[in-house]
Design a protein. Structure first.
Lengths: 233, 447
């Protein structure tokens, strides 16, 4: 089904269960959703609702216990670990709440990392790194290390790194969670711009106000299930 | 990930924990150094022994003796069995035989062993010793490379080379003897005419004789001058001169009693072969002609085998240190995985495959192995030089000539570095696969 409707992301009865001692934790429980190309979807929910687990499954960082996830029609469950790595490298860009930049690398080197992993030619890399850095308005800071940047700037570097390999889907896990209100809005504006350039956005957040302001569709999760899918606004 | 990127990232990671990685690399280096130092000693000793033996001129020579003379004693060498030679009648080792042997393919020259007891008069004293004739071709054999003074100026020169022990007897300052004359007292053989009653013919009388010779050189060790025999040769003179002296030799008595008509028989002939590889073939050819023959080919093969076993044993001990050092790599990389857990998660989130992560850790292990290997080779070479220096200081104090006790050939450098990298990669196998198997979600959660 997912391969037929041209969806950017399609989840069909996805479940992810963990065993914690004697107890079985149902982090994601029979979730089905479809995200069309170019959509800006916010997945809302409180802590433990399963939204981050859902994002990890879509990213191919984890595998569902049951169900299937399609990205542009390709079933992630049928991919081996190498194909999943290629999926993360070529189709997906990810930003995290904690930025997850490598501290000993400069801004430019951090942004260049996905290109190294994707074996992009050295000659091509410099141009693409500069382009990505310009896109997040950090030209002139390329040689700085993450410790020399503010939180907002670090998240912008993370965005540049996520975009440098020209992904079609951007997954953002609480991208403003570590930022103040003003900086958070700046990042959200940037993500909106990225969305307007045609990149599908799936953002996991617990900030309803911000989600309502920027996202065009909101999915609410609770106890591993989708309790509300607002549809396209 | 491309190799260049892997190497860059690995280098960056290694610099990040520079002290720990340097110590690990140093450990590998010490392991490689012990291996190289021990092996260089083994190889050096082998080369020393081989060159000494090669210089002796015995490895491209076949010693030919009359077959009767060889029975029950000297020359029970390769092929000296009854079945190979029994069908061919024994032949006397005379001038005719000498000419015949010279016609065998691959034979460079044939010369007799001329070796006789003598007394050397120098000053007021006479010193008993043994004199041997040496062919002019020996000059280029390497046996006289360390000579003080010079080799004979020509094959007919009335000159002598002394062995150092004799020279020391003659003078406390042996080098001062060069250019001085000595008098050789020897027993000249004079043939007797056949007796009128038809008795034993071909006998000879022995007449004392003297010959003046100029000392031109002094040599440390006695070069091989043929099949050997009684006494240590301590004076060498040109072979042509020695032959012309007609000095009585031990085999002369045998010639007379053997009833060969008084024709001189050689005690042995040395057949020099162009290529040591042809020694066996020439030896067989000579035996087929009814002569007894032996060479040191088999001895040299055994020597090589013994040294290989020796090197393997030494290498095993040296290799143990490297194996112990490799445990340091395992420890360092396992620690690195713990410290870089989150980084591994980030790399995977950005598109690194399990293989990329594995290769990254492998490259780090390989880099440590390469650097440790290079450092170890240099250190091992330096230790070898140190051993060499110490040994030569000792030899110098004992008034003995310098030697090269250790050797680090190119193959050893390549082998040591390759082994270091190989052992390091093997040590990196477990940490690398452990890193590759890390769950990226759990790794990203790691603080």
């Amino acid at each position: 089904m997912g391969s037929e409707n041209g969806a950017a992301v399609c989840a069909e009865h996805v479940a992810k269960h963990y065993r914690m001692g004697e107890a079985m934790v149902r982090a994601v429980d029979d979730v089905s959703l479809t995200v069309k190309p170019g959509e800006f979807v916010a997945i809302l929910g409180s802590s433990g609702s399963g939204k981050s687990t859902m994002m990890n499954l879509i990213a191919g960082l984890d595998r569902p216990t049951t169900g299937a996830i399609y990205a542009h029609g390709k079933n992630l469950a049928e991919m081996n670990s190498g194909e999943l790595a290629r999926h993360r490298s070529q189709t997906i860009g990810i930003v995290f709440q904690a930025f997850n930049l490598l501290p000993r690398m400069t801004l430019a080197e951090n942004v260049e990392l996905p290109l190294r992993l994707a074996e992009v030619d050295r000659e091509e890399r410099a141009g693409r790194v500069n382009q990505a850095i310009e896109r997040v308005h950090l030209s002139g800071r390329a040689s700085h290390r993450p410790s020399e940047l503010s939180g907002g700037e670090q998240q912008r570097v993370a965005l540049a790194r996520a975009l440098v390999n020209k992904p079609t889907i951007l997954l953002a896990d609480e991208p403003t969670g570590n930022l103040d209100s003003k900086t958070g809005d700046e990042i959200m504006t940037l993500i909106t711009e990225i969305n307007q350039s045609g990149v599908t956005i799936l953002m996991v957040t617990h900030e309803q106000v911000r989600a309502e302001k920027y996202a065009r569709r909101m999915i609410v999760m609770k106890d591993g299930k989708v309790v509300s899918d607002g549809g396209q606004r | 990930m491309k190799m260049r990127d892997l190497t860059e990232l690995a280098g960056r990671n290694l610099r990040e924990a520079v002290l720990r990685n340097s110590l690990t690399t140093l450990g590998i280096g010490v392991g490689v150094a012990s291996l190289v130092a021990i092996l260089s000693l083994g190889v050096g000793l082998q080369q020393l022994a081989s060159s000494r033996l090669a210089n002796s001129g015995l490895f491209n020579a076949v010693i030919v003796m009359s077959r009767e003379n060889m029975r029950g004693g000297f020359g029970r060498g390769r092929g000296m069995t009854a079945d190979t030679t029994a069908s061919v009648p024994p032949r006397p080792l005379d001038e005719e035989a000498r000419k015949e042997l010279a016609t065998i393919p691959d034979v460079a020259e044939v010369y007799p062993e001329v070796r006789f007891p003598t007394g050397i008069k120098f000053g007021d004293s006479t010193y008993p010793t043994v004199v041997a004739g040496v062919p002019q071709s020996s000059k280029g054999s390497g046996a006289y490379d360390g000579i003080e003074g010079a080799f004979f100026s020509g094959p007919e020169a009335q000159e002598a080379i002394l062995q150092i022990e004799l020279a020391k007897q003659l003078s406390p300052n042996p080098n001062a003897l060069i250019g001085q004359n000595v008098t050789l007292n020897y027993a000249e053989r004079q043939a007797l005419a056949a007796s009128a009653d038809g008795g034993i013919s071909g006998g000879f009388s022995v007449v004392p004789h003297e010959e003046q010779l100029k000392i031109v050189g002094i040599i440390e060790t006695e070069p091989a001058t043929g099949a050997g025999g009684f006494g240590q040769v301590r004076m060498m003179i040109p072979l042509n001169v020695a032959e012309k002296l007609q000095a009585a030799q031990t085999n002369d008595l045998r010639s007379v009693l053997g009833g060969n008509g008084g024709r001189p028989n050689y005690s042995s002939l040395t057949v020099k072969v162009n290529d040591p590889a042809q020694v066996e073939a020439v030896e067989d050819n000579i035996k087929a002609r009814g002569f007894g023959a032996f060479s040191l080919v088999d001895a040299s093969k055994n020597l090589t085998l013994i040294f290989r076993v020796f090197d393997t044993l030494l290498g095993s001990f040296g290799g143990l240190a490297l194996v112990v050092a490799s445990l340091g790599i395992v420890n360092t990389l396992v620690m690195a995985i713990l410290e870089r857990r989150r980084e591994i998660g980030i790399l995977k989130a950005l598109g690194a495959s399990d293989g990329d992560v594995k290769k990254l850790f492998f490259t780090e292990a390989g880099c440590m192995g390469l650097l440790g290997g290079i450092f170890g080779v240099v250190l091992g070479w330096a230790i070898g030089r140190g051993i060499n220096f110490g040994a030569n200081v000792y030899l110098h104090r004992q008034n003995l000539p310098s030697i090269e006790l250790t050797a680090v050939p190119v193959w050893m450098v390549v082998f040591a570095i390759a082994l270091s990298i190989g052992v390091s990669l093997a040590a990196g196998l477990y940490p690398a696969s452990r890193a590759a198997k890390l769950n990226p979600v759990e790794a990203l959660r790691y603080e």
